[in-house]
Design a protein around this ligand. Structure first.
Ligand code: NDP
Length: 331
């Protein structure tokens, strides 16, 4: 067995030296537990926040302990009535090749005809984030202009598609031409490459009627440009701020408050778990759209537990399109 430890609290962008792999004994099955062999791990931007020793909506990772996150695995031993050998399960678990897990921390998944990895993507945390953030806070309707930052990522690519399903004019902001081309395949109306375009003027061209919804995944200067174009009654779901996660000192941007005020804008942060009581609804709708082909998704899969840190760091340089996963083993 093997686990991935956090051994230093990163300052700025994490490096490989902040992590270490440790060999472990194979866990022994305890009462009310199952043994879960990891098949896929999810690496997510929010994990960066857990590497700081600061209070947030999830507690910080402890040094010299396994980091944890979304995982899909296969039950290989069981001391419960709920789970049988061979069941596929998901949960937020320590990043180990094999875990002994209390049954209350696991959920059985049956995804057929979709592959089980959808439970870390469009039917998992990122799908529910896109669904509730856009529909509940963004409240899109026919003809609205929806701008999405981080638009080719796990959350963003779903927000763009759900926006199209609701009849919005969708503009995606991304960091590469390859990502822009992918969004065009998804039916996105216009794209802006924040690395090569002048964002304020490119956004103005892409949004001739202004912005009704700005779904923010990145924060920083990209968001400053979007917020300067909002319309009366604009809605701004603040989903993520990845451009700020590695800053060592809080950034200060243009003072856009007058624009929010005169446009009576709603800017609201949210954490997907705020919607836990409605997950069943979100999952049912997302499943229906996936099965109907109205929603598609992409995965960037890195092979090998030993490459988990590279997969995580890639989120900050934008190597992923769609959901970044680590493939650890086959069922
Ligand atoms: P993504 O799949 O979108 O991966 C991260 C992407 O962010 C990269 O591919 C990269 O794309 C982009 N990025 C990285 N650094 C920067 C930067 N400095 N400026 C602009 N873009 C950058 O991740 P997720 O879909 O999982 O998450 C997207 C956002 O949503 C994150 O901010 C995350 O924290 C947040 N989130 C919030 C949740 C909530 O409950 N509120 C739940 C889940 C996610 P590019 O090449 O385009 O730069």
């Amino acid at each position: 067995n093997e686990q991935l430890l956090l051994i230093n609290r990163p300052s700025g962008l994490p490096t490989k030296e902040d992590f270490s792999f440790e060999q472990l004994d194979t866990p022994v099955l305890g009462e009310g537990e199952v043994i879960v062999r990891t098949l896929y791990l999810s690496v997510d931007p929010y994990m960066r926040g857990r590497m700081n020793d600061t209070k947030s909506y999830v507690p910080p990772f402890q040094l010299d302990q396994a980091i944890s996150g979304g995982l899909i695995g296969e039950v290989t031993e069981t001391a419960t009535d709920t789970f049988a050998v061979g069941d596929l399960v998901t949960g937020i678990l320590p990043f180990r090749r094999v875990n002994a897990v209390k049954e209350s921390l696991l959920r059985k998944i049956t995804s057929d005809p979709l592959p089980p990895s959808v439970f870390l993507g469009p039917l998992g945390m990122t799908g529910l984030t896109a669904y509730f953030g856009l529909l509940d806070i963004g409240n899109p309707s026919e003809g609205d202009t929806l701008v999405v930052s981080g638009a080719a990522g796990a959350v963003g690519s779903l927000v763009c598609q759900i926006g199209k399903l609701k009849g919005a004019h969708v503009v995606g902001i991304v960091g590469s031409d390859e990502k822009a081309a992918y969004l065009k395949e998804l039916g996105v109306d216009a794209t802006v490459n924040y690395k090569t375009d002048d964002v304020p003027s490119a956004l103005e061209t892409a949004c001739p009627d202004g912005i009704d919804i700005y779904f923010d995944n990145v924060g920083g200067p990209v968001s400053d440009a979007a917020l300067s174009l909002i319309n009366d009654g604009a809605r701004i779901p603040i989903c993520g701020q990845i451009s700020l996660y590695n800053l060592q000192k809080q950034d200060v941007g243009p003072r856009i408050q007058p624009n929010l005020l005169v446009n009576r804008a709603l800017m609201k942060g949210f954490i997907v778990s705020d919607y836990a009581h409605r997950y069943a609804e979100g999952e049912a709708q997302l499943t229906e759209w996936l099965l109907q082909g109205k929603l598609t998704y992409r995965e960037s899969v890195i092979d090998g537990f030993e490459n988990t840190v590279d997969a995580f760091l890639g989120l900050f340089s934008g190597t992923n399109i769609g959901k970044q996963l680590v493939h650890v083993a086959d069922p």
